[in-house]
Design a binder for this molecule. Structure first.
Ligand code: BGC
Length: 420
């Protein structure tokens, strides 16, 4: 009797096992503020590649790609816009039952106030094709890309522009959300706000705390308004954001300064946004990639190994304390909306997923209500300012002929989830 209980799966029966993508990173043929920026920056980014990446373990392998300006242009993507049915069949082959994707605002509303009904139809069919395969669609409304008419007006920096976003949300709600179960309004406001407005790495490349704070605050408002719109259309909808949460720890646990840095970083990076929208979310979407150790005043001092292809220190089990903390704070069901690594040789992915499953089991056994895990990403995709060389896909894509090949780690994952 006892033994039976111990061997029982910790994962709930209807657990969402899935993968994530974002429109601009896979579709191809998009025209938004990123498309414009990529084209203007490609040459510059290729010239600075050596300086930035030469210490990465992957540098000898990625050098030729990273120094090629074409690497920095999303172009035809991985042609997911046209090949989505083939990709959904692959999801099935991987035994996955859910899929997160984003709606490309610039397709639906290419000109201010004018809806492109053919594109609306495209996404309607797209969602239907998922349902036909018994795959739960997890629709993400905004994954950082915007029509250029919106960014020309100042994007999310101007409070009065929120009305354009909510008009888009209203359209998405009415067209697609009537019988969906899960919707994400915004992906990683902290990452978007900081890289686009604080560090100046991403368009519009500002470096201003005031601009950052405005954008961050306006995204809070945008989410709350969107929540109300979506609930009016479908009261049963489960709504959340995809928050990038880091497992932030003190390098020297008893050091006072490390402790202060850790607490402040945790609050501002992980909780500030979520706290503001706590009454406006039905589930917590967590994107987990990083464990960071802080020593001294806000100095990151991570172990030197193991590193993924992008030079990110990998500690997959760091998901466990994040799950515990997030659940204790907000007491909402959790979906891991992104989790993964850039690993072109597929040497760490299986280990990463294995450790992640253990971390989830540990949290589940302690009562954390985890309802889904979506790996980032289904396909190799366009990694923003890094372009095409980082390989995040469960499925490898050869962009010369767009052929898809399931990576060995993904085969293992597909088999593993049938036993959980
Ligand atoms: C983003 C994705 C990105 C991934 C890997 C997340 O921060 O939501 O768009 O590709 O990380 O860098």
């Amino acid at each position: 009797m006892e033994r039976k209980q111990i061997s029982k799966s910790l994962f709930p029966k209807k657990f969402l096992w899935g993968a994530s993508t974002a429109s601009h990173q896979v579709e191809g043929g998009t025209f938004n503020q990123w498309t414009v920026w990529e084209l203007s920056q490609a040459s510059e980014l290729s010239k600075s590649a050596e300086n930035i990446y030469k210490d990465f373990p992957s540098w000898p392998d990625i050098k030729s790609k990273a120094e090629d300006p074409n690497n920095y242009v999303s172009g035809m993507g991985v042609d997911h816009y046209r090949r989505y049915k083939e990709d959904f069949d692959l999801l099935k082959e991987l035994n996955l039952n859910s899929f997160r994707f984003s709606i490309e605002w610039s397709r639906i509303e290419p000109k201010e106030g004018e809806w492109d009904e053919a594109e609306v139809e495209h996404y309607r069919t797209y969602i239907q094709e998922l349902k036909n395969r018994d795959i739960t669609p997890i629709l993400n409304i905004w994954h950082w890309t915007m029509p250029t008419w919106f960014t020309d007006k100042g994007g999310f920096k101007n409070r009065k522009n929120i009305q354009y976003f909510t008009r888009f949300v209203d359209k998405v709600a009415k067209e697609f959300c009537g019988d969906l179960e899960y919707v994400i309004t915004i992906n990683e406001p902290n990452v978007y706000g900081s890289l686009s407005y604080l560090t100046g790495e991403w368009p519009p490349q500002e470096r201003s705390f005031v601009s950052f704070f405005k954008v961050y605050l306006h995204l809070v408002i945008a989410h709350k308004k969107s929540y109300k719109i979506l609930k009016t259309v479908n009261p049963k909808l489960n709504i959340g954001i995809a928050a990038q949460l880091a497992n932030i720890q003190a390098k020297r646990p008893h050091n006072v300064i490390d402790g202060i840095s850790t607490k402040l970083m945790r609050y501002f990076w992980n909780w500030w946004f979520l706290r503001r929208i706590r009454k406006y979310q039905d589930f917590l979407g967590i994107n987990y990639y990083f464990t960071d150790y802080y020593a001294g005043l806000f100095k990151r001092r991570n172990p030197k190994v193991p590193l993924n292809d992008m030079g990110w220190y990998m500690e997959p089990e760091g998901l466990y304390p994040i799950l515990l903390r997030a659940f204790t704070r907000y007491k909402k069901p959790i979906i891991i909306t992104e989790n993964g690594l850039a690993d072109h040789e597929d040497q760490f992915r299986r280990w990463w997923i294995e450790e992640t499953i253990v971390a989830m089991e540990r949290a589940l056994s302690e009562g954390v209500d985890i309802i889904g895990y979506l790996h980032w990403s289904l396909l190799d995709n366009f990694e923003w300012d890094k372009g095409w060389w980082p390989k995040f896909g469960l499925i490898e894509v050869d962009r010369s002929n767009m052929s898809r090949t399931i990576r060995p780690s993904a085969k293992w994952f597909a088999e593993k989830i049938t036993k959980l």
